[in-house]
Ligand binder design. Structure first.
Ligand SMILES: Nc1nc2c(c(=O)[nH]1)N[C@H]1C(S)=C(S)[C@@H](COP(=O)(O)O)O[C@H]1N2
Ligand SMILES: [Mo]
Length: 556
C-alpha cells in the first residue's frame, strides 16, 4: 500500500473516510429535493390565493402552535425580529427533516417517499387550516410534494451510483455497500480500474444534479414570489387610492408638543418607523374591491359595509398613541399617529346591539381576533374603523385597507388590522386570539413613562445633563412626570404641550451640576386623575408590564 498516494488514487484510509462521508450525498439529496418541493409549490402558489403557499402556511401554523411562553421569550429576545428568528428556527428544523429523509432514501427509498407523502399531507392540512383558504389551495402543496418525491428518487439514484463507484476507487477490498440500493452487484469485487473510469463521471453526475436542483429551486422560489407580487393588486390599488377629506379634522398640534431635547423620538411616528406586531407571517394582501366588513351577532340589524361605501361616510381624523401589551418597561412598542376613519360608535348605533351584549369580537382576514368591550366602542371616545394613517392609506403591514384603532386599550384587544368581521357578543361566549393563549380578555393600557434620552449606558458630559422622555395615559392624559436622580428626591419634569388625552406626552428634565461617575435616572408619571404610576413590577403577560424604568448612564 502506498503511503503517499492521494485520496483520489486510493488507499485504505481515504477509502474508509469516503465510506463514512458518502452519506453526505444522501443528506444533500434530501436538502435539494426539499428546496425543489418548496420552489415548485411556491411557483404554483402564485396562481392560487396567498394562503396557498405551504411555506407561509407552515410558518403560520408554527406561530399558532408555539406555546405562549416561548413566543413571549422570542419577542423578549428578538423584539420585532421575532419573525426572522422564527424563519431561522423553522429552516433548521426543515433542513434536519429533509436531510434525514435523504438519508432514509439511501437504504429505504420507498419509506423515504412515504415520509414525503406524509409531510405533504401535513402541509396540506396546515394550508387548509388557514382561515381564508379553500380546498383548491392545496394544489401547490400537492404538486410540490410530487416534485419533491421525484427529485429525491432521482438524486438518491445519482448519489448511490456515485457512492458505489467512489467506494471502489477508494478501496478495492470493500465489496460494495449492501445497504445502498444502487450498489447491488455492480460494486462487489469491482476492480479498481473500473472504479477509476466510472467514478469521476458518476460523481460529477451527482454533483451536477444537485447543483442544477439547488439553483432551480432558488429560481422557482424567486420566480414564484415575484409572480405573486405582480399578480397582487393590493399594492397597486393602495398606490392609486385617494383618501377623502375628513368631515372632522384632527385638532391641530399645539406649539411645543415636541420636547426640544436632542435625540427624542418624533412626536408623530412616521409610518415607516411605526412598530409592527402581528401574527401574520405574510402580510395579508387585501384587494379593497373585494373587502367588506360584516357586522352581526347580538344586533337588531345585521349589515355589510363595502370599501367604497366606507369611504363615502363621514370620516373623522384623530390623534392616537397605540401601545402593545408586550411592551416591556422602557420599551418601544408604542407609536403615535394621525388616524382617519369612521367612528365605530356610529357603526354600532346602526347595528343596534341587543341587551346582554358586552363585547365586540373583531376578526381579521387572517383569523386573528380581538375582544373589545362594547362599552368602549360606544362611549364618547374616538374608536375608529381606520383607513388612513398619517395622511396616507394604511400601509399594508398596518392593516390595509381597514383596521380598528381604539383609545385606551392595548392593540391585542382592540386594534385588529385587515378587519373583516365584527360580531356583537358576550365575553362569556367568545374569546379573542390572545385570550385563548393565556392573556387577559380585557386590556386597558397601563399608565407608563419612559426615558428616551440619554440611552441606557450612554456617556454624557458633566454639567447640565438634559433628560427627555415620553409618558402615556390614553383617554385620561398626563398631568405630571417626575424624575429621580440616583437615590435623590422626586423632581418635577417639564411637560411638553399636550396634543390630546389619547396621545403620549413628551417631557424633559435638566439635571444641573452633574458630577462624573455612574448615575441612574428613574421616571414616573401621574395621570390627570392624580394616579401615580406604580413601582410594582409586572411582566407583560397577562395584561401589560408595570414598574418604573431606572436608567443607568455615565457622566464623564
Ligand atoms: N390582524 C391582526 N391585527 C392585529 C394583530 C394581529 O396579530 N393580527 N396584533 C395586534 C397587536 S398585538 C397590536 S399591538 C397592534 C399593532 O399594530 P401595528 O402593527 O399597526 O403597530 O395590532 C393588533 N392588531
Ligand atoms: Mo400587541
Amino acid at each position: 500500500m502506498e503511503t503517499h498516494s492521494t485520496p483520489r488514487e486510493g488507499t485504505t484510509r481515504p477509502g474508509r473516510i469516503r465510506q463514512q462521508l458518502r452519506w453526505w450525498r444522501f443528506a444533500l439529496a434530501g436538502l435539494v429535493s426539499a428546496a425543489l418541493l418548496f420552489g415548485v409549490a411556491e411557483l404554483v402558489a402564485a396562481f392560487f390565493s396567498t394562503t396557498s403557499s405551504p411555506l407561509v402556511a407552515l410558518g403560520q401554523t408554527f406561530i399558532d402552535i408555539t406555546p405562549a411562553w416561548l413566543k413571549d421569550f422570542a419577542i423578549g429576545l428578538f423584539g420585532t425580529n421575532d419573525k426572522l428568528a422564527l424563519f431561522v428556527s423553522m429552516g433548521i428544523v426543515a433542513a434536519l427533516v429533509a436531510a434525514g429523509t435523504g438519508l432514509l432514501a439511501r437504504t429505504r427509498p420507498a419509506a423515504a417517499s412515504g415520509v414525503i407523502v406524509l409531510l405533504g399531507v401535513g402541509m396540506s392540512a396546515s394550508v387548509l387550516s388557514r382561515p381564508a383558504s379553500g380546498v383548491l389551495d392545496i394544489v401547490p402543496t400537492v404538486v410540490g410534494t410530487i416534485a419533491g418525491i421525484l427529485a429525491l428518487r432521482y438524486l438518491a439514484h445519482l448519489a448511490a451510483t456515485a457512492t458505489a463507484t467512489a467506494t471502489v476507487t477508494g478501496d478495492a477490498t470493500v465489496t460494495g455497500d449492501p445497504d445502498s440500493p444502487a450498489a447491488d452487484g455492480r460494486v462487489t469485487g469491482g476492480p479498481v480500474a473500473t472504479g477509476r473510469t466510472v467514478a469521476p463521471s458518476s460523481r460529477r453526475g451527482f454533483l451536477l444534479g444537485s447543483l442544477v436542483g439547488a439553483v432551480g429551486a432558488a429560481a422557482l422560489l424567486a420566480g414564484g414570489r415575484a409572480l405573486s407580487a405582480i399578480r397582487n393588486t393590493a399594492e397597486t390599488t393602495r398606490e392609486a387610492l385617494k383618501l377623502p377629506s375628513p368631515v372632522k379634522q384632527a385638532k391641530p398640534l399645539p406649539q411645543g408638543v415636541a420636547s426640544d431635547v436632542k435625540g427624542m423620538p418624533a412626536f408623530v411616528t412616521p409610518n415607516s418607523q411605526f412598530y409592527r406586531i402581528d401574527t401574520a407571517l405574510a402580510v395579508p394582501r387585501v384587494d379593497p374591491a373585494s373587502w367588506s366588513l360584516r357586522v352581526h351577532g347580538m344586533v337588531d340589524e345585521e349589515f355589510t359595509i363595502g370599501f367604497d361605501e366606507l369611504l363615502g361616510m363621514d370620516l373623522e381624523e384623530t390623534w392616537l398613541t397605540l401601545t402593545c401589551v408586550s411592551n416591556p418597561v422602557g420599551g418601544d412598542l408604542v407609536g403615535n399617529a394621525k388616524w382617519l376613519g369612521y367612528p365605530l360608535r356610529k357603526v354600532l348605533e346602526r347595528a343596534r346591539p341587543q341587551a346582554g351584549a358586552d363585547m365586540v369580537l373583531s376578526t381579521s382576514i387572517d383569523g386573528f381576533s380581538a375582544s373589545t368591550p362594547l362599552e368602549v366602542l360606544t362611549d364618547e371616545r374616538n374608536a375608529l374603523l381606520a383607513v388612513g394613517m398619517n395622511g396616507e392609506p394604511l400601509p399594508l403591514e398596518h392593516g390595509y385597507p381597514v383596521r380598528m384603532v381604539v383609545p385606551g386599550l392595548y392593540g391585542y384587544v382592540s386594534a385588529t388590522k385587515w378587519v373583516v368581521d365584527l360580531e356583537v357578543t358576550r365575553f362569556a361566549d367568545k374569546t379573542g386570539y390572545w385570550t385563548t393563549r393565556g392573556w387577559s380578555d380585557h386590556g386597558p393600557i397601563k399608565l407608563s413613562s419612559r426615558v428616551d434620552v440619554p440611552r441606557p449606558f450612554a456617556t454624557v458630559a458633566p454639567g447640565t445633563v438634559m433628560l427627555g422622555g415620553t409618558a402615556w395615559a390614553q383617554t385620561t392624559g398626563i398631568k405630571a412626570v417626575e424624575v429621580k436622580i440616583d437615590d435623590g428626591d422626586w423632581q418635577a419634569a417639564d411637560l411638553a404641550a399636550e396634543a390630546t388625552v389619547d396621545t403620549w406626552r413628551q417631557w424633559s428634565y435638566a439635571w444641573k451640576n452633574a458630577q462624573p461617575g455612574t448615575h441612574s435616572a428613574t421616571v414616573r408619571a401621574i395621570d390627570a386623575e392624580g394616579t401615580v404610576q406604580t413601582a410594582e413590577r409586572a411582566n407583560p403577560a397577562p395584561n401589560g408590564s408595570s414598574g418604573l424604568q431606572r436608567l443607568q448612564f455615565t457622566v464623564g
